[in-house]
Design a protein around this ligand. Structure first.
Ligand SMILES: [Cu+2]
Length: 335
């Protein structure tokens, strides 16, 4: 047993160094991943909101389906360069060791491309969304052309979709489990477990029903979504909203009408209203900068240019200023 543990430990070490070499232009730094596009750097995050909500990935993705790639600029110069984003099937055969040179040797990338966004200027956060329909090995290619020198900088990051590349580790884990099982059967542990399990079963049946009861009660008590309102911490200002697209859409520019009242429901007329937002759990902002474009009367304000680029928990921050006092209201919504 001791020898087996040593083998597993040695294997972990080997896989660890393997993983460190593995990210191409994306390198881990603490809990974050950094992508280097020439001298440009950005925090690099990948989400699969439908499958794993707020889990952040830097390379290998467990599932197919909707995937969001996010680059939060560290080097602010990236806000002024059009960024090109391409995902190709890995035809280099090099997997995690593929470099930019290997990609250039492939020649025409068009036949291998599964996703391509031509150079796009994003002043805030760069995000692209792609729905993977098949598992496999892929290469991401990110390029940015320097606006003055004209030089093209590129980054390549190999990643896999739909499986975890843990190398031989699962095999060794299975071996260890088998050894443990053998020991257990041999010492009679199984017989004792069977006896305990049988008496536990009858209790389980009832406790499960009791545990579900509060859930039913909660579902019955949930308020209708359109009657929702949010207050500032002092309670002086209250806000509700209606969206031009219902329900609030994913990845679509739309507008909101904010209804702003005092705590007791009197409309707040002609105030200065500003709106921003983001995902607190992902630590990133909105991909757009919404603007209040009109006061519509009766405490209603039109906000244009809202876009949510991924599923999950969002928070909108609304600041209402009138007579030199500002109140801040946070609106929580889950997409
Ligand atoms: Cu997010």
């Amino acid at each position: 047993m001791n020898a087996l543990l040593k083998i597993i430990f040695a294997l972990c070490l080997v896989l660890q160094t393997h993983a460190l070499l593995a990210h191409g232009s994306v390198v881990p730094e603490g809990d974050l991943c950094i992508i280097r596009i020439g001298f440009y750097t950005a925090h690099f995050k990948v989400f699969q909101p439908q499958q794993s909500r707020d889990r952040e990935y830097c390379e290998d993705l467990p599932d197919t389906g909707e995937t969001v790639f996010v680059m939060d600029y560290i080097h602010k110069g990236l806000a002024q360069v059009p960024i090109e984003f391409r995902i190709i099937r890995d035809a280099t055969g090099l997997g995690r060791y593929a470099s930019l040179d290997d990609v250039l040797k492939l020649g025409d990338l068009e036949p291998l491309t599964v996703f391509h966004q031509p150079p796009t200027l994003e002043t805030g956060v760069f995000t692209v969304l792609h729905k993977f329909s098949e598992t496999g090995a892929f290469l991401g290619v990110v390029s940015a052309r320097h606006p003055e020198t004209g030089e093209l900088y590129s980054a390549v990051f190999p990643f896999s979709v739909g499986f975890r590349s843990w190398g031989m580790l699962p095999l060794f884990a299975a071996l260890a489990a088998l050894a443990q099982l053998g020991y257990w059967l041999f010492t009679g542990g199984y017989v004792r477990w069977r006896a305990r399990r049988k008496s536990a079963m009858d209790i389980n049946k009832y406790s499960r029903i009791v545990m579900l009861l509060p859930l039913f009660l909660l579902l019955g008590a949930a308020p209708a979504p359109d009657s929702k309102s949010w207050s500032s911490s002092s309670g002086a200002v209250k806000i509700s909203f209606t969206s031009s697209v219902n329900p609030v859409p994913l990845n679509e520019i739309h507008s909101w009408t904010l209804h702003v009242t005092t705590g007791n429901g009197t409309p707040v007329e002609n105030a200065k209203v500003s709106v921003s937002g983001g995902m607190p759990l992902h630590n990133h902002g909105l991909p757009t900068a919404p603007v209040v474009t009109a006061y519509l009367g009766n405490g209603d304000y039109r906000v244009e240019g809202i876009r949510f680029h991924m599923q999950g928990d969002w928070e909108m921050q609304v600041i209402v200023t009138q007579n030199n006092t500002s109140e801040t209201i946070f609106i929580q919504l889950t997409l």
